[in-house]
Ligand binder design. Structure first.
Ligand code: MN
Length: 187
């Protein structure tokens, strides 16, 4: 684990109660947020492989979005920021510092410095597929084999709200509402 980071790229995980609850995992690269939807959420157990479906890139300023995507818009439902922080890209042995290059070859390794997720992870594209990847925790001091972090930690790391509390705020009409444009920008 290196203490001094050369690059300060951000990652975010948004818990998204759309028609199916999922976790949107996003890594900053090339000025956008490369994004995967993870139905079961991330795991700290290195023996667990979580399906991560590549979805549309999002704009950088979407990283801290929390609120409601209105009915009728794509992904309508509540969104909270489940984890956020910096990440350190680990280039393949032949070097370079372009995470997009790793996306193209279908394997990207990185170290997360989040509130909840820490340490080394890998995203691996399934053979012969474009959109289906696996998110896997590497074995390091931050791996916790028996911990189910998504059921233990349910609240936003930013506002500390749960989805249920946001739903109640929405019902009372005191939840700030954003609308998500087709490029993921707030409007
Ligand atoms: Mn989503």
């Amino acid at each position: 684990m290196t203490k001094e980071r050369e690059k300060n790229r951000i990652f975010t995980i948004q818990k998204h109660a759309a028609s199916h609850l999922h976790y949107d995992f996003r890594l900053e690269m090339g000025g956008i947020l490369k994004s995967w939807a993870i139905p079961k959420g991330p795991s700290l157990d290195p023996s667990v492989k979580r399906l991560a479906v590549l979805v549309d890139d999002h704009a950088l300023d979407y990283a801290d979005f929390e609120g409601v995507i209105e009915e009728g818009s794509y992904g309508a439902g509540l969104v909270l920021v489940w984890d956020m922080g910096d990440y350190e890209y680990i280039p393949p042995s032949k070097g370079g510092d372009d995470p997009m290059a790793s996306i193209r070859i279908g394997k990207i390794e990185f170290i997360l410095y989040g509130h909840r997720l820490k340490g080394r992870f890998v995203l691996l594209r399934l053979k012969g597929q474009e959109k289906n990847w696996l998110l896997i925790k590497a074995k390091d001091e931050f791996a916790i084999p028996d911990r189910d972090i998504v059921s233990e930690e349910t609240r936003s790391v930013l506002s500390k709200r749960s989805l249920e509390e946001m739903k109640e705020e929405e019902r009372m009409g005191i939840l700030k509402t954003y609308r998500c444009g087709k490029d993921g920008d707030r409007q």
